[in-house]
Structure formats: structure tokens, C-alpha cells
Design a protein around this ligand. Structure first.
Ligand SMILES: NC(=O)c1ccc[n+]([C@@H]2O[C@H](COP(=O)([O-])OP(=O)(O)OC[C@H]3O[C@@H](n4cnc5c(N)ncnc54)[C@H](OP(=O)(O)O)[C@@H]3O)[C@@H](O)[C@H]2O)c1
Length: 286
């Protein structure tokens, strides 16, 4: 599969996994839009990715949005849809891992809002360009979805952070949301030719735990130098969008490059339908 000249959008692209994915896409000749929330960090990363993709003729653009704010996601989607009539690859990657309950401006638990709901909304708003392009969607999940439990309390209480117990469980809930969304989107949008897969990118040497004071995050911080580089996870993302053998693969969960079964709740179609319908209400989508 040649990505040369194809159009790709990557969220959370200024560092870590997203930056690495953007770089590999650009090296493969794709025109990449990097979605970041901070202009300075974003511009610095964009310049680096542009340099990496220069030999392949990649054009690299920066779009700014704080994805935890739905007004910014809608504005972002509007700009993307206006400037990109066809989107070949969408990597919904941005994410946070917090140890304390925090709420977004819209009143959602911040990891739920950033990791899951923003990407639900963004992908909905990009349906037309995804349908017009190859429409290969990768939702970055995590092994931690196994610590989530979207059946323990009502979806509303989980989304609003009212059922909060532990940071890692709430992070797991947001990632379980990504996986349920992936599988349900295949049932709803498969006929449009859009594929969607999700993966655990490995435990990587990134800054995901910065500001997270939980013992688990402190341990990750201390062992960071021993962890694989983000490129390892980025190569697994790339296989899902540029390997001809994976072009028809859809609705699957991978641990790096190997397909695995996800947590049993990820296959609960009733839960997936409920989450989808509630997410439409939470985002005021139709
Ligand atoms: N690292 C791991 O071991 C691991 C394991 C499993 C899954 N993952 C997943 O991999 C993805 C990438 O994480 P990473 O490890 O590369 O961490 P990272 O280096 O911290 O990157 C996270 C990216 O998301 C962006 N982001 C966070 N909140 C945002 C918001 N409200 N609006 C816009 N962008 C926002 C960050 O921007 P700023 O720089 O501005 O904060 C950054 O670009 C996440 O979905 C994470 O859950 C990571």
C-alpha cells in the first residue's frame, strides 16, 4: 500500500506516539495534518515532521485544538472538512492519564472527554471526507481497557466522573470506550467503506504519566529509559494503514502488531449501542 500523496490526520501529534506516527506517515509521502493543542509545541513538532517527510514530498500542516472542549473539536472538524475533501487515514491518538478526578469545561470526566468523547465527535464530523477517501481509522486504545468497567455504574455517572474510584479505572473506561466505539463504528459505517481498528501500542517511553502522582505512574516514570521508544508503537499503527494484507481488516483489536481478544465488555453489542446513543446526546450530534 503506497501512502504517497494520501491524506492523513493524527491527533496528539506533537510528542510521543502521535509524533512518531506523523513522522512515519510523512516519510511514506502522506500529507499529514497534525492536531495539537499548543501552538509552540505543535509548530516545533510540525517543523521536525516536515523535515522528515521532505524527501518524500510530504506536506505537513498544523491544526490547533484542545480536544477536551467540544466547541474546539467542532471548529477543528469544520476546518478539516473544508480543507480536506478526502481523508485516507485518521489516527485518533491524543490521550491523557490522570490520577485525580478532573472535569472538562463541558462537565465530563477529563480522560473520558479527551481520550474517548472527542474522538467520537471528531470522527462523526469527518464522515464525509473519510467516505470520500480510503477512510482507514485507527483509534489508539490501551491494554488498560481491561481495568475499565462500563457496566459497574450508569454510563452517565461514569462519563460525568460521579462514579470515580481510581484513576487507572477511569483511564481504562475511556479506553474501553475507544474500543466499543471502534467496533460499533464498523457495524454502522462499514458499508461506507470506512474501516476502523484499535490497538494497544505497547508500554512506551512517552510522557503520558507526567503530572500523574499514582504509584503506577511514578514507577513508569522511573523505568522510562528501559521502555521501548514510541516508534515501536508507531510501526504497529502504520501496519494497520499501509500493509496491503491488512487493507480489509476491520473491527479488530491488536496488541502492537498481533491481533488479540479485547476485554469481554468490548464485545457487548448492547453496551456499544448504549454508549453510542449516549455519546450522540453528550455531543449533541444526530
Ligand atoms: N505510552 C504508553 O505506554 C501508552 C500505552 C497504551 C496506550 N497509550 C496511548 O497512546 C496515546 C498517545 O499517548 P503517548 O503515550 O504518546 O503520550 P504523550 O506523549 O503524553 O502524548 C499524548 C498526546 O495527546 C495530546 N493531548 C492530551 N490532551 C489533549 C487535549 N485535551 N487536546 C489535544 N491534545 C491533547 C498531548 O498534547 P500535549 O503535549 O499538549 O499534552 C500529546 O500530544 C494515548 O491515547 C495513550 O492513552 C500509551
Amino acid at each position: 500500500m503506497s501512502l504517497n500523496g494520501q491524506t492523513a490526520v493524527v491527533t496528539g501529534a506533537n510528542c510521543g506516539l502521535g509524533r512518531s506516527v506523523a513522522e512515519l506517515l510523512a516519510r511514506a509521502g502522506a500529507h499529514v495534518t497534525m492536531v495539537c493543542r499548543n501552538r509552540e509545541r505543535g509548530e516545533q513538532a510540525r517543523a521536525g515532521v516536515q523535515r522528515a517527510g521532505a524527501a518524500a514530498g510530504a506536506e505537513v500542516r498544523l491544526e490547533l485544538a484542545d480536544l477536551s472542549r467540544q466547541t474546539e473539536v467542532r471548529a477543528l472538524a469544520g476546518r478539516l472538512a473544508a480543507s480536506l475533501p478526502a481523508i485516507d487515514v485518521l489516527v485518533n491518538n491524543a490521550g491523557v492519564w490522570l490520577h485525580r478526578r478532573q472535569l472538562s469545561t463541558g462537565g465530563f470526566e477529563l480522560m473520558f472527554a479527551t481520550n474517548y468523547l472527542s474522538h467520537f465527535l471528531l470522527t462523526h464530523r469527518l464522515l464525509d471526507p473519510l467516505t470520500a477517501g480510503r477512510g482507514r481509522v485507527v483509534n489508539v486504545g490501551s491494554h488498560a481497557h481491561r481495568y475499565g468497567d462500563l457496566r459497574r455504574a450508569g454510563l452517565e455517572a461514569i462519563a460525568r466522573g460521579e462514579a470515580w474510584r481510581r484513576g487507572f479505572e477511569a483511564y481504562g473506561n475511556s479506553k474501553l470506550g475507544n474500543i466499543l466505539f471502534t467496533f460499533e463504528s464498523v457495524r454502522r459505517w462499514g458499508e461506507r467503506g470506512i474501516t476502523a481498528n484499535t490497538l494497544h501500542p505497547g508500554t512506551l517511553a512517552t510522557r503520558i504519566w507526567r503530572g500523574n502522582l499514582s504509584p503506577r505512574a511514578r514507577l513508569m516514570g522511573m523505568t522510562r529509559s528501559l521502555l521501548p521508544r514510541p516508534e515501536v508503537g508507531a510501526r504497529a499503527v502504520m501496519r494497520l494503514v499501509d500493509d496491503p494484507a491488512r487493507d480489509d481488516v476491520t473491527g479488530r483489536y491488536f496488541k502492537l502488531e498481533r491481533e488479540e481478544s479485547a476485554h469481554v465488555q468490548a464485545y457487548d453489542t448492547d453496551l456499544a449501542r448504549q454508549l453510542w446513543e449516549r455519546s450522540l446526546e453528550w455531543t449533541a450530534e444526530t
